[in-house]
Ligand binder design. Structure first.
Ligand code: ADP
Ligand code: ZN
Length: 699
C-alpha cells in the first residue's frame, strides 16, 4: 500500500476471485476508505492472527501491472534506501496508477490490451552513413557491441572529453542492441538541456522511442508507460525517473553525463538513478554505459579498481582542439602578481578588464559569447549599514535574493514589475517587497551586496548597447519550450550573448560560440560539502567545453580568486587525471566516499527543541548499540551528530542530522536498520525522520 508503513498488509479474497499474480493491483479497504495496492503474493495460513483480516474488494488488472523483474527491482530499491515498499511503488509508477479515484483504474479496467511487440528493422541509416567514425569512436563502439553480444552484465565507463562524439557511439550501440532483439534505456540528466540528444534518438529510431520526463502531462506519461509496457516502444529515453520505466529485457542501459547531480533525487525516495541503472543492468544481464567528460570520483574509482571497464576518448572529433583557457587571477595582494591595489585590481567589480576586452573583440568579429555564473538574481543579499539589519526569509534560515525584473507571484501580473523589485527566498519562494527603507531602524541607506545573472545581463546591455542577450536560469526558463527557443536562437546566431547558471553547462553544441567567460570560478568551492571540489571541476570543465565545438577554435576566460586550487588548476588544463589523483588522495585521508559509505538520518519538525532532542536520542541509541556491540552491530561506524543541518531551518521546519559513516557497508546498513526499526520509540510523531543513503549533499 502506498502508505508510510514498513512491510505489507494482509487481506483475504472473496471465494469467487482467483488469487491474482504478484504485481497485480487490487482495491482494498484501509480504515474507512478504499485504496489501491499492489499484490505481492499469498501469505499462507501462518500469517499473524493478532488482527482481523479484511476482505479485498476487487482485482483491478487482468494481468500483472508490474512484471516479476520490476517487482524484484523495486523491492531491492525499497530495501536499499530504507523507504517503504508501497511508497516506492507510488514513486515508480505514473501519477494516478495507485489512486482509487483516478482514471488509472478505469483505464486498465477498460482493458488496454497489448498491441504486440514492435520488431526492430534496420532502416534508412542516411544520417549514419554520412559520418565516418574516428578511430577512437570505432574502438569504443566495438567494445560496447562486444559486451552487448555477450548478454551478461557489463558495466563500462566511457570517459570522453567534451566534443569527442559520445552521442554517435550511443546511437550506434543502441541500434546494435535493438537488432539483437533487446530493448534500450537511455538516461539523460535534464530533458530541457538534452533536447538535442533526445532529438537524435527520435530522428533515428522513430516510433519505437518513448520519451519520459517531468515536463509531460500525467496523461502523456501514462500513455508512454503503456507503450513501453506493451512492447510498442523498445527504446526509452528519459530523466531520472525513467529508471522505473517497465522496459522488458533491456540489453543496453546508457547513463549520459553520469556525474550529474540531477540523477540523485533529493526528497522522498532519495535514489540515485545512475546507481540504480547498474543494479538494473546486473538484474537483467545488460551492458551499462556510464558516459561523461568529467566522471564522478566514485565511478572513476570503480573503473580503476576493475569494477567497470574504462574506455577513454581523449580527442575531439574532426581534429577540433580543446579550447585555450586564460586564467585571470583576481587576487590583488598576491606576491609576484602584477596587480597592485590600484584600479587595475577591478576590486568590487564582477567584470575584469581582460574579460571585458575579450567580449568586445568577440562581438566585433560577430561571434558569440557565453558567460557562466552559478547564481541567479540581482543581488545576493540586502542589508542596512546603519543598524546591520539583513533581509532574511521568515520561514527559512537564509537571506533573500533581490530580483528586479520579475513581477511578484500572484500579484499585479502583467502590469509590470515593481521598479524596486522583490526579495525572494530561493528555498521556499516566499516574497517580500524590496523596500528602500530599513524595517528595523527606518534608515534610508539600504544596500544590496553580491551579484547574480540578472545584474550581469543588465550591466552588459548598458556596456554594449545594441547587443542581443538572453539569460538562462530558473527565473527566465519557465518551460522546456522557452529554453528551446533561446537555444535555437543562439544556435542560429540571433542572440549575441547568453548569460546563464549551470543550466547552460549541459551537452549543447553552439557552432558560432567562440568565447566562454566564467565569472567566478571558485564560487562553488566554498560550500560545506565533501564533493565541492568535484562539482567545481565538473562545472568549469563542462562550461569550458562549450567553446570551439564549431569550425572556429574557442577561447575560455576564467576569473578566480583561487587560481592555485587543484580543482581549478586541473580544469584549466582540462586534465581529469590530475584532478582525480588529488581528489582521491584527499578523500582517502579524510575517509570520504568512495573510501567510506554514508547514511544521513535527517530529522525535521516545527519545534527546534523537539528536533534536536530526537536527534540526540537517535545518536545515543546508535552509540549504545555500538557499545553493547550486540551481534557486532555498528563496529567501526562513525556516528556524527546530531548537528543542525547546514540550512538549519527551511519552510518553517527546523532540521538536524545524524551522519553514519563506515568502510563496511553491511555493518553500516545493519546499524541503520536497527535505528529505523526503533524510530517509532525514539522520534515523536511531530518530528519527521528521513533517510538519505549515499548522500551527495548535506544541506
Ligand atoms: P560529446 O557528447 O562527446 O561532447 P557530441 O556527441 O555532442 O560530443 O559530438 C560533438 C559533435 O561532433 C556533434 O555535432 C556530432 O554530430 C559531431 N560528430 C560526432 N562524431 C563525428 C565524426 N565521427 N565526424 C564528424 N563529426 C562528428
Ligand atoms: Zn524561505
Amino acid at each position: 500500500m502506498p502508505l508510510p508503513i514498513p512491510g505489507a498488509l494482509t487481506y483475504s479474497l472473496p471465494p469467487a476471485i482467483k488469487p491474482p499474480e504478484p504485481g497485480t493491483r487490487i482495491l482494498v479497504p484501509v480504515g474507512r476508505r478504499n485504496m489501491v495496492g499492489i499484490c505481492l503474493g499469498e501469505s499462507g495460513p501462518g500469517a499473524d492472527e493478532n488482527f482481523t483480516i479484511r476482505c479485498a474488494k476487487r482485482v483491478l488488472d487482468p494481468a500483472p501491472l508490474l512484471s516479476k523483474e520490476s517487482l524484484a527491482f523495486l523491492k531491492w530499491i525499497s530495501a536499499y534506501y530504507f523507504y517503504p515498499l508501497g511508497q516506492t511503488f507510488a514513486e515508480a509508477l505514473p501519477p494516478g496508477f495507485l489512486s482509487a479515484r483516478d482514471s488509472g483504474i478505469i483505464r486498465i479496467l477498460s482493458g488496454k490490451s497489448a498491441r504486440g511487440r514492435s520488431r526492430f528493422k534496420t532502416r534508412g541509416w542516411d544520417t549514419e552513413q554520412g559520418m565516418v567514425l574516428t578511430d577512437q569512436q570505432r574502438q569504443a563502439l566495438d567494445r560496447i557491441k562486444g559486451c552487448i553480444e555477450k548478454k551478461e552484465y557489463s558495466p563500462l565507463l566511457l570517459h570522453g572529453v567534451t566534443g569527442s562524439g559520445k552521442t554517435e557511439i550511443y546511437l550506434r550501440a543502441a541500434a546494435a542492441c535493438l537488432e539483437s532483439g533487446r530493448s534500450v534505456l537511455v538516461m539523460v540528466p535534464e530533458i530541457a538541456m538534452t533536447a538535442q540528444i533526445t532529438g537524435w534518438f527520435t530522428a533515428r529510431f522513430g516510433e519505437m522511442v518513448a520519451v519520459l520526463h517531468s515536463g509531460m502531462t500525467d496523461a502523456q506519461r501514462r500513455d508512454q508507460w503503456w507503450n513501453i509496457r506493451n512492447g510498442k516502444c523498445l527504446l526509452v529515453i528519459g530523466t531520472r525517473s525513467a529508471i522505473f520505466a517497465p522496459v522488458a529485457n533491456p540489453g543496453l542501459i546508457i547513463v549520459d553525463e553520469e556525474h550529474d547531480s540531477s540523477y540523485k533525487q533529493t526528497e522522498k525516495l532519495r535514489y540515485n538513478a545512475r546507481d540504480m541503472a547498474l543494479v538494473l543492468g546486473r538484474n537483467s544481464g545488460a551492458t551499462v554505459v556510464l558516459g561523461s567528460a568529467t566522471p564522478s570520483v566514485a565511478s572513476y574509482w570503480n573503473a580503476l579498481g576493475g569494477k567497470y571497464s574504462l574506455i577513454t576518448l581523449d580527442r575531439r572529433v574532426a581534429g577540433r582542439k580543446l579550447p585555450d583557457i586564460t586564467v585571470v587571477d583576481r587576487r590583488c595582494g598576491k606576491a609576484g602578481s602584477d596587480r597592485t591595489r590600484s584600479k587595475k585590481c577591478n576590486r568590487g567589480r564582477w567584470l575584469t578588464d581582460e574579460l571585458e576586452q575579450a567580449i568586445r573583440q568577440t562581438l566585433q568579429r560577430r561571434e558569440q559569447v557565453l558567460l557562466f555564473l552559478n547564481r541567479r538574481g540581482f543581488a545576493t543579499y540586502v542589508f542596512c549599514p546603519d543598524c546591520g539589519y539583513v533581509f532574511r526569509c521568515d520561514n527559512c534560515d537564509v537571506t533573500m535574493t533581490w530580483h528586479r525584473s520579475i513581477s511578484p507571484r500572484g500579484g499585479a501580473g502583467k502590469s509590470g514589475a515593481d521598479p524596486a523589485g522583490i526579495l525572494r527566498c530561493h528555498y521556499c519562494a516566499a516574497e517580500k517587497k524590496a523596500l528602500p527603507v530599513c524595517p528595523q531602524c527606518n534608515g534610508h541607506a539600504v544596500k544590496a551586496l553580491g551579484f547574480g545573472t540578472e545584474k550581469i545581463e543588465k550591466e552588459l546591455r548598458e556596456k554594449f548597447p545594441g547587443i542581443i542577450t538572453a539569460r538562462i536560469d530558473r527565473d527566465t526558463i519557465s518551460s522546456a519550450t522557452r529554453l528551446e527557443k533561446i537555444v535555437r536562437g543562439f544556435r542560429q546566431g540571433d542572440i549575441d550573448l547568453v548569460i546563464g547558471t549551470q543550466m547552460i553547462t549541459k551537452g549543447h553544441d553552439f557552432p558560432g560560440l567562440t568565447l566562454v567567460g566564467i565569472i567566478w570560478a571558485d564560487m562553488s568551492l566554498n560550500v560545506p560539502e565533501f564533493n565541492a571540489a568535484e562539482k567545481t571541476f565538473q562545472l568549469i570543465t563542462q562550461v569550458a567545453g562549450r567553446a570551439g565545438r564549431g569550425k572556429i577554435p574557442g577561447r575560455v576566460i576564467v576569473q578566480t580568486w583561487m587560481a592555485d586550487h587543484y580543482a581549478l588548476q586541473a580544469a584549466f588544463r582540462q586534465d581529469y587525471r590530475m584532478f582525480y589523483r588529488h581528489e582521491e588522495a584527499l578523500r582517502k585521508q579524510l575517509m570520504y566516499s568512495p573510501f567510506s559509505r554514508m547514511i544521513n538520518l535527517k530529522l525535521s519538525g516545527t519545534r527546534k527543541d523537539q528536533v534536536m532532542k530526537a536527534g540526540r536520542r537517535i545518536a545515543d541509541f546508535a552509540i549504545g548499540m555500538q557499545a553493547t556491540n550486540k551481534k557486532g552491530l555498528g563496529e567501526g561506524v562513525d556516528i556524527l551528530g546530531p548537528a543542525p543541518s547546514p540550512r538549519a531551518r527551511i519552510k518553517n521546519r527546523y532540521r538536524c542530522q545524524v551522519l553514519l559513516k563506515s568502510q563496511n557497508i553491511s555493518v553500516l546498513r545493519a546499524l541503520c536498520r536497527a535505528v529505523i526499526d526503533k524510530a517509532g520509540e525514539l522520534v515523536p510523531s511531530s518530528v519527521r525522520l528521513e533517510t538519505d543513503v549515499d548522500p551527495e549533499s548535506m544541506t
